[in-house]
Design a binder for this molecule. Structure first.
Ligand code: ADP
Ligand code: MG
Ligand code: MG
Length: 250
């Protein structure tokens, strides 16, 4: 699904290298987790994959279903099936949440050569999915994320993901700022989307999210590289011993 090879990334504006040779393959149907200390480059990896400005790829490659994504515009990456749930979801004043989602869904369909979703069908689907995430009708009408609490923003990210039905989902610290109940809602939302044809990359600083979204593979990132890969037990090991030991082996 997603294949990252020897990815090196620096900041565009400064000579600061952030990713130093990331290798990672996420297979369809699998959930991979990336854990790691703050500042290790986890968010940078997700930004670079989604096509955010400000970063320069100096070496390596990233493909989604065999297609090179690094040369694509962000909207082309989305049309190809990539979705990123941000660590800090963006507020969009003046744009209603429902209007935003409907344009996103239809733009995606258009890019894939599929017919638009009718307003009746769209309303039916969004109401169903919003209900599962305990997002009320009022939140659907308000401007995207404006005045939403941290937990509401994160749930709204998962709603976007559920509506867009991406092939490859990247969740960057979707658990940060969530209380236990909200984390359960978000995890249930993610688990409902687990599918043979879909890959997940779940980025988290803490192990607790991985109690709910059980990963197939766990990677530890430190100083711009994946320094260790293992099964779910690796997350428990980190929880117990912290990242210090792993930094030393790195
Ligand atoms: P993580 O998500 O693992 O906490 P980040 O990817 O956010 O790590 O950051 C990795 C490193 O790169 C940090 O040292 C951070 O300060 C730096 N960094 C990332 N983006 C920028 C930027 N736009 N300007 C300056 N420093 C940045
Ligand atoms: Mg961070
Ligand atoms: Mg981060």
């Amino acid at each position: 699904m997603l294949e990252i090879k020897n990815l090196h990334v620096k900041l565009e504006e400064e000579d600061k290298v952030i990713l130093r040779g990331v290798d990672l393959t996420v297979e369809a149907g699998k959930v991979h987790a990336i854990m790691g200390p703050n500042g290790s480059g986890k968010s940078t990896l997700s930004y670079v994959l989604s096509g955010r400005d400000g970063y320069e790829v100096t070496d390596g490659s990233a493909t989604l279903l065999g297609q090179d994504i690094l040369g694509m515009e962000p909207e082309e990456r989305a049309a190809a099936g990539l979705f990123l749930a941000f660590q800090y979801p963006v507020e969009i004043p003046g744009v209603g949440n429902m209007t935003f989602l409907r344009s996103a869904v239809n733009a995606q369909r258009k890019a894939r050569g599929e017919p638009e979703m009718s307003s009746t069908e769209f309303l039916k689907v969004i109401r169903e999915k919003a209900k599962e995430l305990e997002i009320d009708a009022d939140m659907l009408k308000r401007p995207v994320n404006v005045g939403f609490s941290g937990g509401e923003k994160k749930r709204n990210e998962i709603l976007q993901m559920a509506m867009l039905e991406p092939k490859m989902c990247i969740l960057d610290e979707t658990d940060s700022g969530l209380d236990v109940d909200a984390m359960k809602l978000v995890s249930d939302g993610v688990n409902a989307l687990r599918d043979e044809g879909r890959g997940f990359l779940v980025i988290t600083h803490y192990q607790r999210l991985l109690d709910h979204i059980q990963p197939d593979v766990v990677h530890i990132m430190s100083n711009g590289r994946i320094v260790k890969t293992g099964g779910p037990e690796l997350a428990l090991e980190v929880e117990k011993n912290g990242y210090a030991d792993l930094k030393e082996t790195a």
